[in-house]
Write a protein that binds this ligand. Sequence first.
Ligand SMILES: Cc1cc2nc3c(=O)[nH]c(=O)nc-3n(C[C@H](O)[C@H](O)[C@H](O)COP(=O)(O)OP(=O)(O)OC[C@H]3O[C@@H](n4cnc5c(N)ncnc54)[C@H](O)[C@@H]3O)c2cc1C
Length: 509
Amino acid sequence: MYDVIIIGAGSSGSVLANRLSEDPNRTVLLIEAGPDYVEPKTLPFELINSHRNALKDHDWGLDYAPTQSQQSKLPRGKVTGGSSAVNTTIALRGLPEDYNAWAQAGNPGWEWESVLPHFKRLERDLDYGDNDDHGDAGPISIRRYPKSEMTEVHQAFLADADTLGYPECHDANAPQSTGAGPQPMNKLGRLRISCAIGYLAPARFRPNLTVLASTSVSRLLFEKKRCIGAEITSNEGTLRQVFAKLNIVSAGALLTPTLLMRSGLGPPDMLNAFGIETIESEPFVGQNLCDHPAISVVCLAKPGCNIDHDAPIIQTILRYTTERAEHRNNMQIEQLSYAGAPTGPARFAIAACLEYQYGRGSLQLTGPHAKDLPLISNHFCEDQRDLRALVEGLKDTLAFTQQPALRGMIDSISFPDPNRGSKDSDLAGLIQRFAGSGYHPCGTVKMGPKEDPSAVVGSSGELHRCDGLVVADASIMPQVPRANTNLTAIMIGEKISQDINRHPSHFGL
Ligand SMILES: Cc1cc2nc3c(=O)[nH]c(=O)nc-3n(C[C@H](O)[C@H](O)[C@H](O)COP(=O)(O)OP(=O)(O)OC[C@H]3O[C@@H](n4cnc5c(N)ncnc54)[C@H](O)[C@@H]3O)c2cc1C
């Protein structure tokens, strides 16, 4: 019997494990399906190397359908640190308007002024230190590449952004920022500062925190409508039950709703189809799937250009507003240092990423067991507003290939095929076939007031219709912020830990 069980040691779960075990009188059990590397010298190189995503040995192997005509792989980290341990280390905050919209939708405490202290608390900003916008003492180190450390393509990208008239922006995390500049990144040299490094490492030797890795939660256990614990299976196949006063699910936006459904919280028809007893009808678990649809322009580099597959893949960012868009900074353009396989022709890419998304996807159960991974359908750009904005974004991305610095490096454009037409309708057709995930799924266990039928959890992640259970991860975001989602997932861990630490009796502690 523990005070708290946390399921999933990812971006949010690692934060909760650290903050909730600060009280030595509280026992905390953190359960993670993937491995845990306790000794720094045993950390595999793919997890150290932030220059590229770690997609090989610590991945869940999920498939998804970004658009109706595609089936592809959607990576998610399976290791302590979760997706923060495998990601690109872009450390970007959403816009103040994103969090203000969450608050206005009936989630008090999530407005910008309230979440800013959490963003400051999580970071050690090595460029700005402690000031009104930044913190200098948090677990996650953040820094921006100076121009002298940028690869040739990133320098060219910034030069061309200037030619195209985009404003220069040195701090993309300043609240009113817009324009082109260095990307804030949570890395030191090559080392990825994951939440396992930032948050778990300093807490893991506390006697009141137990980390149970290589152990999967197969289902949550209930007494009537109170969650009392979890059924867990070790990698060796041993099945047992663990119990707690408070159970927190932080398994990520794809696997949290899957676990809830497998445990009897989901659409009754879907549960019945797999013989799962319904604990509470929750038709919106697995709905409201948000993300950042993206599409890349791929360029064949001229002979002699230095395209290095061992260089940092991302160093810069352009945040801006497309023509006729209703929302500020609805688009990001990302320069990528290289594209394709290292053994193939020298290529690089420039990606347009839609940051303000109107459309929604959903996920479904495929079976009652932990091994049954969900069916994920994003329906990217079926909403005409998303399609129009991404067409603009793709045209703006193609404009970069015509500017002096990048044009000087491009032999030809491999995608989109320049001979296949560049009218808006041609580009829209390509987007509807080839748009892919920005790897930022969220929103599938939506936070909102009880009166909102689509809201599953309240403003501290507590389930509206069950006791003893909190969801704290990217699933609860009501809408994807206009930024890569890692920092927001960490902020969610910080905010919900603070709610629990301030009002333990509200959470049964
Ligand atoms: C390849 C890649 C690149 C990305 N790049 C960036 C980037 O550069 N910047 C950025 O901001 N965002 C990026 N993201 C997105 C960002 O990392 C995620 O939004 C964020 O990590 C989500 O945090 P989370 O806590 O919701 O889930 P996760 O961090 O995914 O954590 C979920 C954890 O739960 C565990 N788990 C799941 N099911 C179970 C179970 N049944 N039992 C036990 N444990 C379980 C998982 O193994 C995992 O450790 C990237 C993501 C990926 C995959």
